[in-house]
Write a protein that binds this ligand. Sequence first.
Ligand code: DX5
Ligand code: ZN
Length: 221
Amino acid sequence: MTLVPLLAPSLLAGDHAALGDSAAAVTAHGLEWLHVDIMDGHFVPNLTFGPEVVAALRRRPELASTFFDTHLMLDEPQHHVEAFAQAGSNLISIHIEPDYDHRATLARIRKLGCQNGIVLNPATPADRVRDLLPAVDLVLVMTVQPGFGGQSFRTDMMPKIEQLAAWRQELNLSFRLEVDGGVDLKTGPLCRAAGADTFVAGTAFFTAPDRAAFAATVARW
Ligand code: DX5
Ligand code: ZN
């Protein structure tokens, strides 16, 4: 299964005093996906924004048809999926590491009308999500320890991506395989070769001297 490469710029690297403008700068390049990082100060040692911010972004005319790829880095995501669905998220991804009913929460996300995703931290082996693969729209492999933008990419995550891509083929599934953390024009192609198709880029996108060229390059991967 080879899905077309999709770039999902991460708003975390945008201007937090002008998030709407930063998000609009993404869609100005014809990009459909926007990656929105939600942190709770517990599961990760940092805080970002909540559903009100997502709802406010959704109200911006330039973002009316943007695909909000919402990455919940929360200890108890089950209590928040409804709020993010109502705020206008299109996809809501939740981590496998905290202890809650993953399967029920993934089902709930779909019931709320969104696509769902399951996320693995660098230390989490692929096996942890194997049984859930038929029940998800996206698997997100973290290529940094989540919590902060601008960290160095972990090349040791490539076997995990390869394993998930192999299971996708074996099981005849079609979930998207996303990577997040330190993804740039050098590290992205490694992920693509390993089987990834959806590329979150925060720092690399927002600091690119030519964002249009960056987006065009990813589209050719
Ligand atoms: C990290 C977040 C990422 C982050 C990536 O916890 O999940 O989405 O924004 O930022 P870069 O691309 O700068 O590593
Ligand atoms: Zn993220």
